[in-house]
Design a protein around this ligand. Structure first.
Ligand code: ARE
Ligand code: CA
Length: 458
């Protein structure tokens, strides 16, 4: 199967993590499609060990490959795909294929299993458990073999070198493709040898887009670059840099790119300010990121991600939390309830980024120009002659005349409210309020004012 990166001009990915299928379907129709999001990434859809709603992480322990999960049944899943496709939004699924469970005995579908024994699917000999070993922290640096063959947090590690196991995994992914799924986020891809993953990929039908979770760690034995021949790779350095800059001085972002020590080239990278793991890391840890709790700072980092040309951006949106383990709002033994963007339990952050989604699409393929910074925490730049953005990450507002590079006209601020009027020399006098952004682009309405009086029709 041939896997293609999304073509230029494709909308960003939005990860509606822990949303149930009915809610994703509604959001595709009402918000994602109209905004121009290219794809929605949903949570793992397989049947999993059940923790009855008390935690979020039970869905990363597959019990069997059926669509009986806490997010809805197969009908709801299929309806979601149809609704999203109807709105022009592709669907990516979180595929957990490195392992099965580490604990538990019954699933959301009511099926009985035990670790290493999943009736009708896998038995003990399908796992790399003789002798069984668990990945230690030191293994990441010292021993790539153990990273890929021992158990990740005691989760039963599938023998992905086996033809039978590869067939079961590919069969599951192909069933999803047949239902209309367009792409897969490969969970724990770092823990599957690239040759095994390539062999599974070779058994896939259609041409699903693959993006792989291979977390970059300095000096580690397994590196993201070993996987770029298989699919796009999640660029974890991006989020670390965003936290560093947006809690420091963003003027340095002028040179942001591969030279900053990013782990994969921009045309192979999926970028994100945070994900469900990094938003929960203690702020003091060096792999911690910004998250929704940082408010405007978080929002500005996402504006930068959608405005700057690097990678395929992914906006993250999920539920609010204080307890790091707590699961999403649920009822009846853990089944996730419909998302309500007004009850404080969900961030619905992606709704704040809809204007920037349009910006991202409008400026595709253009270069950064007209850089300005105030030597501190305010930056502005244009993207060709298609878009211009100013990001004010300081506590006071700033007013000045900027060179926007845009044709004369009045443009709506898609990162906030109000509008910007660009003169015939391409400059505009703009006030950028404290901790906010102003972003305008061609086609972003109101209609640009013609610079000359149109000649009468003859
Ligand atoms: C849960 C319990 C465990 C228990 C286990 C088995 O918390 O105590 O032992 O169940 O019973 C998620 C949760 C886990 C949870 C698991 C299964 O985070 O806590 O375990 O689900 O329910 C490494 C991997 C990377 C992985 C991270 C978490 O390389 O792939 O660890 N990320 C994905 C998902 C997670 C998910 C899993 C994988 C498992 O995004 O949400 O786990 O499917 C360095 C290295 C990284 C390493 C990182 C953390 O930075 O470079 O590679 O990431 O340290 O160790
Ligand atoms: Ca493995």
């Amino acid at each position: 199967a041939v896997q293609a990166a999304p073509p230029a001009g494709t909308g960003p990915i939005v990860k509606l993590w822990s949303w149930n299928w009915n809610s994703v379907a509604r959001e595709c129709t009402d918000v994602l499609g109209p905004a121009g999001y290219g794809a929605v990434q949903v949570s793992p859809p397989h049947d999993s060990m059940s923790k009855g709603g008390s935690v979020w992480w039970d869905v990363y322990q597959p019990a069997r490959y059926t669509l009986t999960s806490k997010f809805g049944d197969e009908n709801a899943f299929k309806n979601m795909i149809d609704a999203c496709h109807g709105a022009g939004v592709k669907v990516h699924v979180d595929a957990v294929i490195n392992h099965m469970t580490g604990q538990g005995s019954t699933s959301y579908g009511g099926y009985s299993f035990s670790k290493y024994d999943y009736p009708g699917l896998y038995s003990s000999w399908d796992f790399r458990n003789s002798p069984s070993c668990v990945i230690d922290d030191e293994d990441y640096k010292k021993n790539g073999w153990r990273v890929q063959n021992c158990e990740l947090v005691s989760l039963a590690d599938l023998d992905t070198g086996s033809g039978y196991v590869r067939d079961q995994i590919a069969g599951w992914l192909n069933r999803l493709t047949a239902l209309g799924v367009d792409g897969f986020r490969i969970d724990a891809a770092k823990h599957i040898h690239p040759d095994d993953l390539a062999a599974i990929k070779a058994k896939l039908t259609g041409s699903p887009y693959l993006h792989l979770e291979v977390i970059y760690g300095e000096g580690e034995a397994v590196q993201p670059s070993q996987y770029t021949g298989i699919g796009d790779v999640h660029e974890f350095v991006f989020g670390r840099k965003m936290k560093e800059q947006f809690t420091g001085q963003i003027k340095w972002l002028r040179t942001f790119g591969e030279s900053w020590g990013l782990s994969v080239p921009g045309d192979r990278a999926v970028t994100f300010v945070d994900n469900h793991d990094t938003e929960r890391k203690d702020a003091s840890k060096n792999d911690a990121t910004l998250n929704y709790k940082y408010g405007d700072t978080y929002k500005l980092a996402n504006v930068f991600m959608l405005a700057w040309p690097y990678g395929t951006p992914r906006v993250y949106s999920s539920f609010t939390w204080t307890d790091k383990e707590a699961g999403p709002p649920s009822a009846n033994g853990g089944f996730v309830t419909d998302t309500d963007c007004g009850n404080g339990r969900w961030t619905c952050f992606h709704r704040q980024m809809t204007g920037m989604v349009g910006f991202h699409k409008a400026v595709a393929g253009t270069a950064v120009a007209n850089w300005y910074d105030n030597g501190d925490n305010l930056i502005a730049f244009s993207r060709g002659n298609k878009g211009w953005v100013a990001i004010n990450n300081q506590s006071g507002s700033l007013t000045r005349t900027f060179t926007t590079g845009l044709p004369a006209g009045t443009y709506a601020n898609v990162a906030g409210s109000g509008s910007v009027t660009v003169g015939s020399d391409g400059t505009a006098n703009v006030t950028v309020p404290a901790r906010s952004a102003v972003a305008v682009h061609v086609g972003g309405g109101p209609t640009p004012t013609p610079t000359a009086t149109p000649s009468p029709t003859v």
